[in-house]
Design a protein around this ligand. Sequence first.
Ligand code: ADP
Ligand code: MG
Length: 484
Amino acid sequence: MQDPGKILKSVFGFDSFRGKQQDIIRRLVDDQLPALVLMPTGGGKSLCYQIPALCFEGGTLVISPLIALMQDQADALRKRGVAASYINSTVSREDREKRVRQFIDGKLKLLYVTPERFRKPEFAEAIRMARIDLLAIDEAHCISEWGHDFRPDYSRIGEFRALIGNPLTLALTATATHEVQKDILKKLNLDPETTRIFSDGIRRENLKLEVAEVWDEKSRQELILSARNTYPGTGIIYFSLISTLEKFSHWLQSRGIPHLTYHGKLTDQHRKRVLRDFISGSDSLILATNAFGMGIDKPDIRFVIHAEVPGSPESYYQETGRAGRDGNPALCLLIYQQEDLETQHEFLRWANPDAGFYYRLYSLLAVSSLEVNAIGIDFLREQLHFKSKKDFRIETALGILDRFGVTAGSLEKRNLEIVADLPEELDDETYLKKKLDMDRKKLYAILSYVREDGCRRQFLESWFGYPDGKPCGQCDTCQSGSAG
Ligand code: ADP
Ligand code: MG
């Protein structure tokens, strides 16, 4: 068996391991025992399974929800001479079959797959013929219903894992509260006694946390420009609403400030292009909704500004974690305007349609699929009697139906169709209510963060289950002397 330290140098060209990488790799390669890794974004999680993959004789299966990034990762590995490939919905059926075959034949060391593959029994049946020495689950927080990025397909991983013979497993994520950590182990069927949790804590010394309250649009705009002048370089500005994002974009345009935009109304292709421009560009400014960012590896992001209040500490931490991966100072500024709270409250309502709504939408899709695909979302709006343009329950519910595998295709491609029954959860008022309550609790937590007069970093750390940290000395409250 090859030595991990040698692989680090010869394949990846790095001189030393970072943080807990070596311990994690030892755990897998030497002890053959499972682990859950909590490491901030940019910390170097990929090496924790890529190096073991090269040590083991059999293959390593990597599950990741990020279509755009898995291709980049596989390409980067191939450039280093590692046999790696990927399977997702952008790959033709023929190529998918070919890659599975190569994996079974032991010709691929790593195969990246998206979780929606588990919807196909043929996939599991085929893949179980391969020798799988390691199962790596990236963005593992997506498995938990209490996480902010729940993906129902991820909940099938436990089942899938059993089907392929419960191989050695490594779960990785940047953010997981204690509740979510427990949930990850439970859903994967990993024994809490033998699964070691590696955690770096969540402290990122170079990130300066700030909150600013504004009363009108003009001061918000000015604040953003001045933050950008203080932290020149690449930056992300997050918005909750596409409409606010677009307004801000027009305003920047009128001032001749170049920027990119990224949100759910753009086509997949367009978004892919923007993502590539952003990654390869320097000094790029991007306005984005939370559709943007998971897994983005750009080291020199100098600021992450939330122009509107985000919905939870989890998403806030995850989104700010994209700043300053190179270790140099970066700003994480949250701008709070009281009206945004109303937006978030409405958001909560619309992000949590009730059971009756799911049922009505489901029935409509089942009965009128021709009209739905011909006319699009306006047809659904009209039929479901929606007056408010801002009410995006239909979009939410369509997204959820897709995540649960109830529908296939999309309105955009005019091939949306029902392929499964409504799952129990979406017909269960108690479950849906519990989800809404949980979302409310998170929103209140982010408000407490805004109002916090102690150290902001300590506040976030204790939310994520690390209550013992010292004040950071760098956030606005620490510096104004009100913390401590
Ligand atoms: P994560 O998945 O935790 O967000 P990545 O695995 O994408 O992070 O790694 C982030 C960056 O850090 C990558 O560019 C990677 O090459 C680099 N990196 C990882 N480990 C090391 C190391 N030991 N030495 C130097 N650079 C590293
Ligand atoms: Mg990663």
